[in-house]
Ligand binder design. Sequence first.
Ligand SMILES: [Fe+2]
Length: 178
Amino acid sequence: MLKQIVENIDGCFKEILFKSTFLKDYLNTISIDSWGWINGWNAYLVDKDIWIKEQVLSKINLRFPIKYAAILKTNPNRCYEWHVDDDRGATINLLLANHSHSKCYFGRMSSESWDQYEIFECPYEKETFYLFNTQVPHTVINLQNHRYLFSIEFESLADKLKYSDIKNWCEDNNLVKK
Ligand SMILES: [Fe+2]
């Protein structure tokens, strides 16, 4: 599973400097009657005319076209297996709910023991987008309450588009800290 061994936390994720202005409240404005299924997630597709309202996504989409966006739901008291995404090299995530009880970690093999991961936590601040390296082992531990996550998939998948490509471009365009 270990496709990439990261040097540091910057290799796992980067906080995007422009906060959500629209999607942060989107979940409160809709009622979702039926959930689909995408890559093992309960998912609700978000139309392009909705997510494009976020200027930062609109800008990134011009350089790295976004194939689709969705809200992903996780039930209470669930954790995901440590994994790397099959197809996605990177994504952009925004946690919409359950900030206190939902944890997301990236990991790398510990030098002390083959049985341990050294972990880096994504803080998932409210209203904050994160660029994620989905080729680094990661997991989610969701405690009480449902977890709702806005997430995207780029048109180009892991074989053509790397986290570092997007990260470098975002740094050059002052969307993330260098
Ligand atoms: Fe994943």
